[in-house]
Ligand binder design. Structure first.
Ligand code: BMA
Length: 421
């Protein structure tokens, strides 16, 4: 007995000594993968935005809205106005715009917004400290019909294909547009404003001509198109301000193999900065017949899958597009959105959620909106969503365009949130 006690004491002492010699256990911070852009030559503001977004997004949810300052359900073309700002006093943290029809060389995009107006908005957003993201519903290169064309279009666009010149011309048009996103700094030097560029979205669906599918394009052709796009903009045009987002559609993921199906067409870690997903499906999508509770569980599962993948790859995760058309549920914002994005440590690590546009009812003659507007039934619930310390709007943002890497690093989010009304 005595000797076994001695042995135990010796073992404990040895264990303590060994522990004392070990480095301290890794802090959660040390386990965070280093976030670096696929464009090493990106400008400092773009590098800063990416790493700040990665850090901020790990513990909070930035709210985004498409076309927010262009029009709302009940107004059109009023400078400075936004349905989100009407309700909360703040612009969304992320502002989305679409480049559809840029490839025609015309003045207006597919939703009748002047490209010059979009450029102005991106500049103003940057100057206020917000984030801008661009998608592109590009027309079919051969038929000239819109993006919603199910005749496959990729093969002819690839190097060696009949319309390859057209692809280059379209990307040149993008580079010209991008060159106008220039602002002067205090020292007089010009800076290109960082943007999250989200080309070829929802490629796992069968509604765009760039989709992957039996009667559409092959996975390999899609990967080649994506890589060509990135290589051309990054290496040939040398654009220093792009953060590339990949965004398959949630409705086409296989429940039993979510991550695998998410990666259909994934061009590789060297070609993607943000792992995005477009999700209308789990938010009460009209064709989704799954009961609400089960839908909610699937929403959480899809967010966790995305968070896991992003963590493994050292990338930022985001719901790049989505919402509920005409927001029919009064408590949509807290019960569908907030509860899902704050369900677990994983879901909380999704950086942003961008809801689609609020079409102007009079101009477009139908109800098509994803954010509330003043007077809408979900306005009160949206205020609760806004007031949650977990959500960030433009007014809540720290300086995202300078490196925040003072050491020891204080998490940005909790302090910010304390200032919420
Ligand atoms: C779709 C709809 C269309 C619009 C397109 C591009 O989801 O909102 O009305 O033209 O996005 O913004």
């Amino acid at each position: 007995m005595r000797s076994s006690l001695m042995n135990l004491a010796t073992i404990m002492l040895a264990a303590l000594t060994t522990a004392a010699c070990q480095p301290p256990p890794a802090s959660p911070k040390a386990q965070i993968p280093a976030y670096s852009l696929i464009t090493a030559e990106a400008n400092p503001q773009t590098h800063a935005l990416y790493s700040n977004l990665a850090e901020l997004g790990r513990t909070s949810l930035l709210f985004g809205h498409q076309n927010s300052t262009a029009y709302g359900v009940l107004w059109y073309g009023e400078p400075g106005r936004s349905d989100i700002k009407d309700i909360t006093g703040s612009y969304p943290a992320v502002m989305g715009w679409d480049l559809g029809d840029l490839e025609l060389g015309v003045k207006l995009n597919l939703d009748w917004l002047e490209f010059d107006f979009i450029i102005e908005q991106i500049k103003e957003t940057f100057q206020r400290g917000g984030i801008s993201t661009l998608s592109w519903h590009m027309r079919h290169p051969a038929t000239g019909t819109g993006a919603w064309e199910t005749k496959p279009g990729i093969k002819e666009l690839l190097p060696g294909g009949r319309h390859h010149k057209k692809l280059r011309a379209n990307l040149d048009a993008f580079a010209e547009f991008n060159a106008k996103l220039s602002v002067s700094s205090a020292d007089g030097s010009a800076t290109l404003i960082p943007v999250i560029f989200r080309p070829w979205h929802e490629h796992n669906g069968d509604w765009f001509w760039w989709g992957i599918g039996k009667n559409l394009n092959t996975e390999q052709d899609f990967v080649t198109l994506w890589r060509f796009t990135v290589d051309y903009l990054r290496n040939v045009k040398k654009l220093p301000n792009l953060i590339f987002a990949y965004s398959p559609d949630r409705s086409r993921l296989d429940h039993d193999a979510m991550a695998e199906s998410y990666l259909l067409g994934y061009p590789g870690d060297d070609y993607v900065d943000i792992l995005g997903i477009d999700n209308y499906w789990d938010f009460g999508g009209v064709h989704n017949k799954t009961p609400r509770d089960a839908q909610h569980k699937q929403l959480v599962a899809s967010l966790e899958m995305l968070a896991d993948l992003a963590e493994t790859k050292g990338k930022v995760a985001a719901v790049t597009e989505g919402g509920q058309d005409t927001v029919v549920e009064e408590t949509f914002w807290t019960e569908r959105v907030l509860s899902a994005f704050s369900a677990s440590g994983k879901t909380r690590s999704i950086a942003y959620f961008l809801v689609w546009r609020n079409a102007n009812k009079e101009r477009e003659q139908h109800d098509h909106f994803y954010a509330p507007y003043k007077g809408h039934a979900s306005e009160g619930d949206f205020m609760r969503f806004f007031q949650s310390p977990f959500t960030l709007f433009e007014n809540d943002l720290p300086d995202l365009y300078s490196r925040q890497d003072a050491s020891p690093h204080q998490p940005l989010a909790p302090d910010l949130k304390a200032s919420k009304p």
